[in-house]
Design a protein around this ligand. Structure first.
Ligand SMILES: Cc1cc2nc3c(=O)[nH]c(=O)nc-3n(C[C@H](O)[C@H](O)[C@H](O)COP(=O)(O)OP(=O)(O)OC[C@H]3O[C@@H](n4cnc5c(N)ncnc54)[C@H](O)[C@@H]3O)c2cc1C
Length: 370
């Protein structure tokens, strides 16, 4: 294998592979991933939803700009639809009414409680004062999307190095020497798509010290009786994102919506947070959870202002950030990867993304420069 590339992408999650696939059309690209397989960390642990009303305005713009791709990905990219109907419901309990306006501003519409009861017969609607809903929220097939990008990347001649940890960088005659546990690579450019480890990778490269903080989120799969028909339930969340549940593979995923800052690591679930989520679940659903099924934890990584960090570093040359996607890195991947490829090639933000109201400055590393 040749060890000389135009671009080395650090991180083989959704961010790394989607950007690498776009870049491989015109560049010689290598994705370097520490784990044995793609998507082992955050990408493989998501709630698999597309909720374009979720997150700060820059994220919403990127999700809207990704929707056309999700809806019409070519057959050789994804042999089945990437999106499928789900819907979402904001459950409003006593004292939560202040969140009504917030939800309505995001486009959620009032849902009469008797209609909610029809959708979810086990819902204790007496415990709620109101509900809002939005049918635009859909399930997103994360594995199909990731494998689509991996396939496209390989078809365009891209190289994948797994079980290879990036351990350091040096600059040599204007090129990057990338040290990995599987030998050195040489490259004109480095893309930092290391998820929870983005700040660590930037440190190794002596790039800007931008804090991208990993925050743990826990989840559990619950088994409900077949008669509950959970497959047809919408995603339901407590007003103010206090907890949520949604169908997943015939079971019900329940999450406390925790966001605990942690060091980057191979995350696991917080049992205490899960116990609190089960209590909240009991308050609104007439079903006694007696058995905790499969649990998992994942890291959602955020910059201080909640926007992603995408663009060239201000301190070292040819070091590109693609990090801080928070809880939205799957639903924004098509737009963020095209946007990254455009900026790396010295072009402007693609028109359709700019038309959604996204400004490069709002996500640029330059906003953290002194
Ligand atoms: C519980 C949960 C629910 C979520 N739900 C949703 C959702 O419904 N919709 C949505 O859009 N998003 C959701 N997200 C967020 C989404 O999963 C992330 O934003 C996205 O996966 C981030 O992708 P990434 O490629 O940046 O990170 P990752 O998938 O973590 O990839 C980064 C990769 O970099 C590698 N790496 C790090 N350091 C090195 C090194 N030194 N050398 C080599 N490789 C290295 C890691 O091994 C890792 O594989 C959720 C996240 C969680 C945890």
């Amino acid at each position: 294998m040749s060890r000389i590339f135009d671009i080395v992408v650090v991180g083989g999650g959704m961010a790394g592979f989607s950007a690498a696939a776009e870049l491989a059309e015109t560049h010689k690209v290598c994705v370097v991933e520490r784990e044995p397989q793609a998507g082992y960390h955050s990408t493989g642990r998501s709630a698999a939803t597309f909720v374009p009303s979720y997150g700060p305005p820059a994220i919403q713009a990127l999700a809207r700009a990704s929707e056309a791709f999700f809806e019409a990905a070519p057959n050789d990219f994804a042999a089945a639809p990437l999106l499928s109907p789900r819907g979402e419901v904001m459950m409003i309990g006593p004292g939560d009414e202040a969140h009504m306006a917030e939800g309505q501003a995001l486009g959620l519409r009032p849902l009469p409680l008797d209609e909610l009861k029809q959708k979810i017969p086990l819902m204790k609607t007496d415990a709620l004062t109101a509900a809002l809903s939005d049918d635009h929220a859909r399930d997103l097939d994360v594995d199909l999307l990731l494998q689509g990008y991996v396939k496209l990347f390989r078809a365009r001649g891209g190289t994948v190095l797994t079980k290879a940890e990036v351990t350091g960088f040096t600059r040599h005659y204007g090129a990057w020497q990338v040290q990995t546990s599987d030998g050195d690579l040489s490259s004109s450019m480095v893309v930092n798509a290391a998820g929870a480890w983005a700040t660590t990778i930037a440190g190794l490269a002596k790039a800007q010290a931008i804090e991208v903080t990993p925050k743990r989120r826990s989840a559990v799969l619950l088994d409900l009786p077949e008669s509950a028909n959970v497959d047809h339930w919408p995603l339901c969340f407590g007003a103010g994102e206090t907890f949520y549940f949604k169908p997943m593979g015939g079971k019900l995923m329940l999450s406390p919506a925790d966001a605990t800052p942690v060091e980057p690591h191979d995350a696991w679930a917080d049992d205490m947070a899960l116990a609190e989520a089960v209590e909240k679940f009991h308050n609104v659903i007439d079903f006694e959870v007696t058995h905790i099924g499969h649990t998992w934890g994942g890291l959602r990584s955020f910059a201080a202002d909640g926007n992603p960090v995408v663009g060239f570093d201000e301190q070292v040359e040819n070091f590109f950030w693609l990090a801080g996607q928070g809880g939205y890195g799957i639903q924004t991947a098509p737009a963020l990867s095209r946007l990254s490829a455009a900026l790396i090639d010295g072009r402007q933000i693609p028109d359709d993304i700019a038309a959604q109201g996204l400004e490069a400055a709002s996500i640029s590393p330059a906003r953290f420069a002194n």
